[in-house]
Design a protein around this ligand. Structure first.
Ligand code: HPA
Length: 243
């Protein structure tokens, strides 16, 4: 079974048939929302809205451990995570869809591991390639099938938020090699790896990052809304093709 985690602008999956919701509790607390089970083209899907169905949970307040645990608990075998980002690299312009291949984690104070406490042995997961190759390939093939251009490969810089970055912070991220910037990619990806759940991300560029392009002096919230309204149909088409 495939799980889709929806981010900003994707709190519901319109194409989900026979949808029913189920509350799942975990040893790490409650997920962002009840899980929605349904079918797309006959394939079973679980959907989880990362920020809650009412979009009320900020990136630093999301219980990432509960979200990923709940998905595994109900039998999910693969996760596609949708997330909005700011664009840093020139081709990652507003409206672009990106399948990142690397991550740099700038977050702090988030619960980033299931391996805590003295009852379990110290465990270090391999995270050289943070995204699952097969799930990435599936997304890229889905983009081709849906005739939607997807950018293959980008380094995702994950900031703490909830505020957007300063122009100097974006310059630093760019120097570090980041191509896109978001607030929810970590620890989500690492937790999925700890549970050995294949995980890849489909990122929607909502705006130029601070100091870049049309965001040279400020980031327009109205602009973000407009871009997301326009891009979410493409995201849905790619997801439906990926299923
Ligand atoms: N920075 C961080 N996260 C984001 C941005 C951004 O510019 N746009 C959408 N999510």
């Amino acid at each position: 079974m495939l799980a889709i985690i929806g981010g900003t602008g994707l709190a519901r999956l319109a194409g989900l048939r026979d949808a029913r919701r189920e509350v799942v509790r975990t040893p790490f607390g409650d997920p962002s929302c009840a899980l929605t089970f349904g079918h797309i083209d006959g394939a079973p899907i679980v959907f989880l809205a990362r920020h809650g169905y009412g979009h009320t949970i900020a990136p630093h307040e999301i219980n990432y451990r509960a979200n990923i645990w709940a998905l595994q608990e109900v039998g999910v075998e693969r996760v596609i995570a949708v997330a909005t980002v700011g664009g840093i690299r020139g081709d990652c312009a507003p409206g672009a869809l990106v399948v990142p291949d690397q991550i740099i984690d700038y977050t702090s104070g988030r619960h980033g591991s299931y391996f805590e406490g003295t009852e379990q042995p110290v465990t270090h997961i391999d995270f050289t390639e943070p995204y699952d190759a097969e799930t990435r390939a599936r997304l890229l093939a889905a983009g081709a099938r849906a005739q939607r251009a997807l950018i293959d490969g980008a380094t995702y810089g994950c900031t703490q938020g909830p505020r957007l970055e300063t122009a100097a912070e974006i310059t630093r991220l760019e120097r570090d090699g980041c191509c896109i910037v978001g607030m929810t990619g970590m620890p989500e990806a690492a937790l999925a790896r700890e549970l050995e759940l294949p995980y890849a991300a489909l990122c929607v560029v909502a705006n130029y990052a601070a100091g870049k392009g049309s965001s040279s002096t400020a980031i327009s919230m109205e602009g973000i809304r407009r871009v997301l309204d326009g891009a979410m149909d493409s995201v849905r088409e790619v997801l439906e093709a990926a299923v």
